[in-house]
Design a protein around this ligand. Structure first.
Ligand code: NAD
Length: 487
């Protein structure tokens, strides 16, 4: 049942939309190969603004022949230019890219919000600054790899084939491209089919930075294009971020080849609130954990575990806070929750939410007006969830929180670890000793304490179990792009 349990927002805001005049979206785009925009040899596909369903542009669907052309360009660039280049000079290119990202930050933020549907506050304050930070951080490593503690003579693999999802299009590009280039590899990148535009703008940045042709190639398209990249014989290193299902098929395709593979897959993080936690802060962390980026976050705190004695207080406070969230125009600077990225993703969120109710959990949504056009889903809280429910097990990848309770720390740990995933977790408590004791026992790659969804290029990120293997960021992330590196 959908109960309008809250009055509307506490404040009325005048709309404050960011102007989109700063972006110049072309009616169509080709592929970025060998430093040039070239026509693809196959069909094209439309990319739409999920907040309005307006077609933004047509982009090429890369064929096997296009991918082959891109891989050849990347191989030539690796052998002739990028591989032999002095590491300090490679670093200068990365610094240059980082600075251009900062200079063109507003353009990138507006374009990301248009193509992805995320609020401009997030693209402006999180995605773009963090993408630039990844290039700055890795630029610094380029000539210091011998001192990274990764072995005496770390060497690049060669050509990296990289496939990324739609939830953080520019940021995932930065997570992949920056370490690959800093370690001397060249790149063929396949952005997600629903969000290709910032990768194509990034290709322009590569030209602006005078990056040698072929060092970065961008081949747009859907799953078949991605498959052609990861299965190409002359790709040495495969890096994938996306669903566990596709990750599994890539692991099978790469098994038995000489390719090196890292996988960043799904998650179903537990956000654990103990009874001694400062409730107001915890509520902010719960909101940030599940509603940031519409919940399209692999490490989202989608399973809230609350100590039984504070359950009612936490839920009442959480519902009050959710009642103040503004859902709507992603370009409006007041917006907290933007559009769902695609009709397919919206259908999945709806289906899993309906299953949650059918299985007996109680659905709560605030009173909130959704725009008529576009793809929207209100912030949603399920209480009375049991660990066997699908909304407690499956990754919804949307603004849907499942709440469960626990009585003892042991029960909290057991419930938190009762998942096939192992990407992240959160702990809310006043006691430092408890944080350390619990964090040690959680099978999750990242554990946040009294905060959630904090990212930094210096800090390795990655999962256990079906959340994948390999790390991105920090020294560990460099190791993934270097032959024989140990850490
Ligand atoms: P997806 O796996 O469907 O697609 C990801 C990318 O893979 C897209 O570019 C897609 O075109 C491509 N692709 C699809 N089939 C392919 C194939 N057979 N071979 C090669 N490439 C293929 O995932 P999605 O729906 O775009 O993204 C959502 C998923 O990504 C969620 O499960 C989420 O948890 C995960 N994710 C994980 C992280 C992380 O760091 N662990 C980060 C972001 C997203």
């Amino acid at each position: 049942m959908t109960a309008p349990a809250q009055p509307g927002p506490l404040f009325e805001y005048a709309p404050a939309p960011e102007s989109r005049s700063i972006v110049d979206v072309r009616p169509s785009y080709g592929l970025f190969v060998d430093g040039e925009f070239v026509d693809g040899s196959g069909e094209s596909m439309k990319t739409v603004n999920p907040a309005t369903e307006e077609v933004l542009s047509e982009v090429a669907v890369g064929t096997e022949a296009d991918v082959d052309r891109a891989v050849r360009a990347a191989r030539r660039a690796f052998t002739r230019v990028w591989g032999p280049m002095r590491p300090a000079d490679r670093g200068k290119y990365l610094f240059r890219i980082a600075r251009i990202l900062q200079e063109r930050a507003r353009e990138f933020a507006v374009l990301e919000s248009l193509d992805n549907g995320k609020p401009i506050r997030e693209s402006r304050d999180v995605d773009v600054p963090l993408a630039a930070a990844h290039f700055f951080y890795h630029a610094g490593w380029a000539d210091k790899l011998a001192h990274a503690g990764l072995g005496p003579d770390p060497r690049p693999h060669g050509v990296a084939g990289q496939v990324i999802p739609w939830n953080f299009p520019l940021l995932m590009l930065a997570w992949k491209v920056a370490p690959a280039l800093a370690t001397g590899n060249t790149v063929v990148l396949k952005p997600a089919e629903t969000t290709p535009l910032t990768a194509l703008l990034f290709a322009e940045v590569c030209r602006q930075a005078d990056l040698p042709p072929g060092v970065v190639n961008v081949v747009t398209g859907a799953g078949d294009t991605g498959r052609a990249v990861v299965e190409h014989d002359d790709v040495d290193k495969v890096a994938f971020t996306g669903s566990t299902e596709v990750g599994r098929s890539i692991a099978r395709a790469v098994a038995g080849t000489r390719k090196v593979l890292t996988l960043e897959l799904g998650g179903k993080a537990a956000n654990i609130v103990f009874d001694d936690a400062p409730i107001d802060q915890a509520v902010e962390g719960i909101v940030r954990g599940i509603f940031f980026n519409q919940g399209h976050v692999c490490c989202a705190g989608s399973r809230l575990l609350v100590q039984e004695s504070v359950h009612d207080e936490v839920i009442a406070s959480l519902q009050r806070r959710i009642g103040t969230l503004r859902v709507g125009d992603p370009l409006d600077k007041n917006t907290d929750i933007g559009a769902i990225n695609s009709a397919e993703q919206l259908a999945r969120i709806r289906e899993l939410s309906d299953v949650g109710e059918a299985e007996g959990a109680h659905r709560w949504q605030p009173a909130c007006d959704l725009p008529d056009r576009g793809f929207w889903f209100p912030p949603t809280v399920f209480t009375g969830v049991s660990p066997a429910h699908r909304i407690a097990r499956d990754e919804v990848f949307g603004p849907v929180l499942s709440v469960m309770t626990f009585r003892t720390p042991d029960e909290a740990v057991a419930k938190a670890n009762n998942t096939t995933y192992g990407l992240s977790a959160g702990i809310w408590t006043e006691k430092g000793s408890r944080i350390l004791a619990i964090a040690d026992r959680l099978r999750a790659g990242v554990v946040w304490a009294n905060t959630f969804n904090q990212f930094d290029p210096t800090s390795p990120f990655g999962g256990y179990k079906q959340s994948g293997y390999g790390r991105e960021g920090g020294r560990h992330g460099l190791a993934a792009y270097l032959k024989g590196a140990s850490h």
